[in-house]
Every structure is written in C-alpha cells, then in structure tokens.
Write a protein that binds this ligand. Structure first.
Ligand code: NAD
Length: 263
C-alpha cells in the first residue's frame, strides 16, 4: 500500500471554495493547488479575488455574495466554464455575526448571519450535487463549521446556532448522498490565528470591559494545547478529507482546535 499517495488528493481535482479569496479559504485553495488541483473561488471581495488569482494560474474566481441565490447561479456557470465539472465543494464562507446578549442583538444582524452562514450552504449544495454525482472518483463536500458548532457559545448565539446547523446539514446530507458516492463532512476550526480572531477577541474584551491581552489569555487557557491553530492546519484537514486516505469518512465533524475545552 502506497500511503504517501493515499494521503494526497488526486492531481487535477476540480475544487470550488466559497469565501476562498482570503483567510482559511485561501489557505485551503493554496493547499489544493500545491497538490495539482484546479480551484475556483468565490468571494464578495473583488480585490481579494484579483490577489488570489495572482497566486497561481490554477485559481480562478467569481465575485459573489454567497447569500444571494442569483450570485450562486452565476458562480456555477463560471465553474462549468472554468473547471468543466466539480469533484470537491468546500462550503467555507462565513461571518462572525454580532456579539451580544439575545435581547440586544439586532434582528437584521441575526438574519444576515443565518443567510451567510447557513442558507448559503443550502444554495451551494443544491447546485453542486448534480455535478458531484458525475465526479471522477466520487464527490466530496466539506462544510466549515466551528468549535462553536460543538460547544455552546454565549453572547454569540447566531454564530453558534448556524455552526451547529451546518453539522446537522453535513450529517444529513452524508446519509442522503452516500449511495451516490458523495462524502460529506464538517470541519470545526477552533481559535485560528489571524485578523478575524483578533476582531472576535477584541469585541469580547470590549463587551466585558477588559484589556485585549487579558481576554486573549482567557481564550488560550481554555485550549488543551494552550495555543491557537493555524489556517494551514485547517487546510491540511480539508485535504485529508478530500484525499483517498479519507475515502471511508463521511458524516463526521472533525474538530481542528487543539481541543478547546469550553468557550
Ligand atoms: P474571513 O472573515 O477571513 O473571511 C473569509 C472570506 O470570506 C473573505 O475573503 C470574505 O470576503 C469572504 N466572505 C465573507 N462574507 C461573504 C459572503 N457573503 N459571500 C462571499 N464571500 C464572503 O473568515 P475566516 O476566518 O477565513 O473563516 C472561514 C470560515 O471558517 C468561516 O465559515 C468561519 O466561520 C470559520 N471559522 C473561522 C475561525 C477563525 O478563528 N478564523 C474559527 C472557526 C471557524
């Protein structure tokens, strides 16, 4: 058995990554490209797409809001043209949503969080599944959940609710699509190093009226490995799930978090 080969996704894999022009999505795009995949990203940020497509000629992109059904249809027209089919869908785009008590959260912000983090996942899955049924060696869907989809997360209720919902979607779709040789899993990043997490920590610090450094210390104390994880560690888990080594894994939620014990 050639385990090195098993651990690498097949070269030429056709991959669509939502919110793929920066952050974790871009790290996943770069990881796939390094294995010889062709990657299409969609993102609301046109400038970030331009920057991402300079990383490699194997990355193409569409400017689209994942919460807009018409935009999603356009993304798939571009995917058909650019990739000619689809083997892997990475439903990565997501927003942090508001921080605050349930009686303080603005209903517009609540709805926007549900639209971007959950409804979009339905729009993309619905369009992708007919293409994934035709995938060369079976299709793969990875939903980006969060450790907030494994643990309760006070004062971030819309975010946590959507990230738990994504796990339910992944587990249910795994049952629905397994007979079509489509594997569906969720990845649950913990506290990922980068500007997004800095914003989350800053918002929580402000809400509690404590300095940023003190808040960061409190976050790390709840992680068994006592450190944040990197975008590349999250990308590596997505590659693993999309590689032949992951060929028997479906319906699972994989936490990549250094074991966050509580939020
Ligand atoms: P990010 O804020 O860096 O955003 C990634 C990309 O998504 C950006 O390029 C942004 O423009 C795009 N995007 C945002 N809203 C969009 C929309 N409506 N339509 C299209 N594109 C949109 O996010 P990230 O930190 O890279 O997180 C990626 C995913 O991982 C999210 O689903 C997030 O919830 C999840 N996650 C992140 C962390 C973390 O600590 N960063 C932890 C757990 C889970």
């Amino acid at each position: 058995m050639d385990f090195m080969k098993l651990l690498t996704p097949r070269p030429g894999l056709r991959v669509l990554i939502t919110g793929g022009a920066s952050g974790i999505g871009l790290a996943i795009a770069k990881a796939f490209v390094s294995t010889g995949a062709r990657v299409h990203v969609c993102d609301v940020d046109a400038k970030a797409i331009d920057a991402a497509s300079t990383v490699s000629p194997a990355i193409s992109g569409t400017r689209a809001d994942v919460a807009n059904k018409d935009d999603v249809k356009r993304v798939f027209e571009d995917v058909r043209r650019e990739l000619g089919g689809l083997d892997v869908l990475i439903n990565n785009a997501g927003i942090a949503g508001p921080t605050g008590g349930i009686d303080a959260i603005d209903s517009g912000e609540w709805e926007q969080t549900i639209d971007v983090n959950l409804n979009s996942q339905y729009y993309f899955s619905r369009e992708a599944v007919p293409m994934l049924r035709e995938a060369t060696d079976g299709g793969v869907i990875v939903f980006m959940s969060s450790v907030a989809g494994r643990l309760g997360y006070g004062f971030r209720t819309p975010y946590a609710a959507t990230k738990w919902a994504v796990v339910g979607l992944a587990k249910s779709l795994a049952i629905e699509l397994g007979p079509d040789n489509i594997r569906v899993n969720a990845v649950q990043p913990g506290i990922v190093k980068g500007p997004r997490m800095e914003g989350v920590i800053a918002a929580r610090a402000k809400q509690l009226g404590i300095p940023y450094e003190e808040m960061e210390k409190q976050y790390l104390a709840k992680i068994s490995l006592r450190r944040m994880v990197t975008q590349e560690e999250v990308a590596a888990s997505v590659l693993y799930l999309s590689s032949p080594a992951g060929s028997a894994i479906s319906g699972q939620a994989l936490s990549v978090c250094g074991n966050v014990e509580t939020l």
